[in-house]
Structure formats: structure tokens, C-alpha cells
Design a protein. Structure first.
Length: 442
């Protein structure tokens, strides 16, 4: 203060000057005690200079910090002021008259989402929080992201499930040969659904060796029942949060894959294929198979709770089809599913599947026109017996594709056909099969 400086300027005695300055310094009591105990005037003044220097450093640092905080506040206030000014100018020019306000649009979407009462209350509470926040803040981005996920969930939109058994049976027969037990179970479900208005979706588990058509059968069921199809690969999933989602306290948190896939398909009654359910594993992050217990239990899944959304979600209308190569599945999880075993195909079935489905598919995939290649049934029998030994038909399809590629190469090397000339059909039988596939392996 000015009066203190005036008092100090009138003191001639060094000892009294040191005591007066020390009395007004904002230093620790221990330092003042040390000054008082120093009887030598020169030593006391030296000690005082050190304390004054330290106090000056502290004051300068505080000044720098205050200046930095002030500049940051001024910058954010300036940005806010300029944004508001820009909005006002755009409004005057008529540019914002057509486009609704973001918050108004969000309020309209919340009102039209058709959410259950508890979920609607949660959305309204989060929206009220968002209105109080600065649009530029990180918290506003987190709340906005949460509301977008919540509004993306199909709360009332559903596909119209086809109940015509004849059409469903024709669809299943057109896509898959055999598998009568599985088809019969699907048709039983559809038959019951024609009688019961709201029926819980069945949870089927198709168990069989690789390549017998478990995953593609899920697609056919979706097509037959007119449901949206979702494939969720569970092989190697170790984290429970993959199923239930991460809590919002974590940076970059997201809902689990159940909610993500529901958002993607946009209906509340799709068909979920849980692929390779026996390949899940567990570690320190949790056990995903335990998280699936709630999803696959018809008594619980009408109140499935995702950690990110923190509201109950009704999964009772979703049809779940799990696929597995073995019954090496945790007991409680297996207990919630209806196991349908798909045995490996017999030789006759493989030949039929190849002639009806695989050969036409591979001819089309490799760009061969009708009449350019014909694979005899005897060749298919030999491929099954001597080139592939498997329960399914995956390797059989690969060998047919190999023949098709070699034929395409032969045609390409011959050069273009004269205009109007009829292309010669190339027949692959058991006599010339080794030319395309090499020596017999088995």
C-alpha cells in the first residue's frame, strides 16, 4: 500500500526497517521467527532479501496464471459472442427461417419416438440438461451422442412377420436341400404365431460341423418370416461390454452390439444369428456368455438393460438363432436354447446340393454363360469321394469353383469367337476330371 511505502521511506535504522518489512510480508510464521532470532542486522537483511525475492516469484507466477485464465475466458466468450452474432445476421437474411433449431428438432424427435414412459422421462431429463449446457462444451457432445443412440433404437417400428406357411416352406426348400427337422421347427413356430397375437421369439441353437449351412439357414429363416437379418459373430469375443455396452463415464463409450445392430436394422423384431457361440472366451474383463444369459432368456429379455443406455429394452420379439460346431457351451446358456442338431450330409445329398445350387452359383460367379460348361453328375460323385472328405459342402464348392476358373482361362486363351459362331459346350466328367483337379487325394 502507498502509506506503507511512505512509512518505510522515513526509516533510517536498518534493524527497524528489516522488522517493519518482515511484519508486512505474507511469509510463513517459521520464517518470521527465524528473522526475529537473527540478532546481526546484516544477516537479518540478507535473510529478508531472500524472502522478498521468493515472494516476488510467487506473485509473478500468480499473475501469469491469471493472465492465461483470463485470455481463455475471453476466447470462449468471443467465440460465443461471434456465434450468436452470426446466427442473428443469418436470421436477418432469412437463412435460418427454413431450417429448424437443432434443439427444437431434437425435442420433436423425442416426442415422436414412441418410447415407453420411463425411457421418455430419461430422454426428457437428458434433453433438459443439454439445453442448459454451452453447445461448444464436451459434455454437450456426450449428452447429444447419448440422445442420438436412444432415439436410434426402434421402440415401436417392427417388420410385418409373414404368416403364410406355404410361402415360408417354399422359401426354405428353395434355399436349402434336406434339413427337414429344422424346417419343420420353423414352420411349427409360424403356425403357432398365426394363433397367438404376441408370442415370444424362439431361441434355436443349430449344432453341426462346418459347411453344413447353419449361418445361411439363418438368412433363409429371416427371408421366410419376412424379418430383417442380423449376423453377430461371437468368435473370439472376450469382453462383456461387447454385449452390454460401456458405461457413459468412459471416454468414447458406446452401446453393446445388440443395441448397435437394432439401430442398424431399424426394427424391433429382426432375426439375430449369433454365429459361433461356442467360440466365446472369458478373461479379466468379464464373461460374455454370462451377459448373453439375460439376452437369451425369454423370461428376462423383455427388460434387457444396456450399460450405456441405462434403460430397459424389450428383446422379446427378436428371434435368436445361435450356431455352433459343438455342444461345448456353458450349461446355463445351453439350457436357454432349443438345440437342433444338423448332421453332416450323405453322398447323395452332397451331389444333389452341388447339381441344384453350387454348380449354377459358381458358373454365374465366374462369368460363364449358359452352354459353355457342363459338369456331369459322375464328376460331382468323384469330387465328393476322392477330392473332398468333409461333413459339409464348403470344399466341394471350392473344387467346383476351381474347375470353372480353369475353363474360363481355356476359353480366354482360345481368343474371341467369330461373330455368329456357336460356342462349344465343355463337358467335365469323371474321365477328364483329373485334368482340372489333379490326381485323386483320397
Amino acid at each position: 500500500p502507498p502509506e506503507l511505502l511512505q512509512t518505510l521511506s522515513g526509516i533510517d535504522d536498518p534493524s527497524r526497517l528489516a522488522d517493519t518489512i518482515a511484519a508486512h510480508l505474507g511469509v510463513r510464521l517459521a520464517d518470521k521467527q527465524k528473522l526475529l532470532e537473527t540478532l546481526d542486522t546484516a544477516g537479518r537483511l540478507e535473510l529478508l532479501v531472500g524472502l522478498v525475492d521468493g515472494e516476488i516469484d510467487v506473485q509473478q507466477m500468480e499473475k501469469r496464471i491469471r493472465g492465461r485464465v483470463k485470455s481463455q475466458m475471453e476466447k470462449s466468450q468471443r467465440e460465443y459472442y461471434l456465434n450468436e452474432q452470426m446466427k442473428a445476421i443469418q436470421k436477418e437474411l432469412g437463412e435460418l427461417d427454413e431450417a429448424p433449431n437443432d434443439l427444437d428438432e431434437l425435442a420433436r424427435r423425442i416426442a415422436a419416438a414412441g418410447m415407453p414412459k420411463p425411457v421418455h422421462a430419461k430422454a426428457k431429463a437428458e434433453f433438459a440438461k443439454l439445453k442448459q449446457m454451452s453447445p461448444m462444451s464436451a459434455e454437450a457432445g456426450v449428452v447429444r451422442n447419448y440422445l442420438d443412440w436412444l432415439l436410434g433404437v426402434p421402440w415401436k417400428k417392427r417388420s410385418k412377420v409373414r404368416k403364410d406357411l406355404t410361402v415360408a416352406q417354399d422359401t426354405l426348400d428353395a434355399d436349402h436341400y434336406g434339413l427337414e427337422k429344422v424346417k419343420e421347427r420353423i414352420l411349427e413356430y409360424l403356425a403357432v404365431q398365426t394363433r397367438v397375437s404376441k408370442m415370444k421369439g424362439p431361441i434355436l441353437c443349430l449344432v453341426g460341423p462346418p459347411g453344413v449351412g447353419k449361418t445361411s439357414l439363418g438368412q433363409s429363416i429371416a427371408k421366410a418370416t419376412n424379418r430383417k437379418f442380423v449376423r453377430m459373430a461371437l468368435g473370439g469375443v472376450r469382453d462383456e461390454a461387447e454385449i452390454r455396452g460401456h458405461r457413459r463415464t468412459y471416454v468414447g463409450s458406446m452401446p453393446g452390439r445388440i443395441v448397435q445392430n437394432l439401430n442398424k436394422v431399424g426394427t424391433k423384431n429382426p432375426l439375430f444369428v449369433l454365429d459361433e457361440i461356442d467360440k466365446m472366451s472369458m478373461d479379466f474383463r468379464g464373461d460374455p456368455s454370462s451377459a448373453l444369459l439375460e439376452v437369451l432368456d425369454p423370461e428376462q429379455n423383455h427388460t434387457f438393460n444396456d450399460h450405456y443406455l441405462e434403460v430397459d429394452l424389450d428383446l422379446s420379439e427378436v428371434m435368436f438363432v445361435a450356431t455352433s460346431n459343438s455342444l461345448n457351451i456353458p450349461g446355463p446358456l445351453l439350457d436357454r436354447m432349443e438345440v437342433i442338431r444338423i448332421p453332416g450330409y450323405t453322398e447323395d445329398e452332397k451331389v444333389n446340393i452341388a447339381m441344384r445350387y453350387l454348380v449354377p452359383k459358381q458358373l454365374k460367379a465366374n462369368g460363364l454363360r449358359e452352354g459353355e460348361l457342363k459338369i456331369a453328375e459322375s464328376a460331382i460323385v468323384d469330387i465328393v469321394r476322392y477330392y473332398t472328405r468333409e461333413s459339409g459342402v464348403r470344399n466341394l464348392e471350392r473344387e467346383i469353383a476351381r474347375i470353372a476358373r480353369k475353363v474360363v482361362k481355356e476359353i480366354a486363351l482360345k481368343g474371341p469367337q467369330p461373330k455368329g459362331a456357336k460356342s462349344k459346350t465343355l463337358l467335365v466328367g469323371n474321365k477328364n476330371l483329373d485334368k482340372y483337379l489333379g490326381v485323386q487325394r483320397f
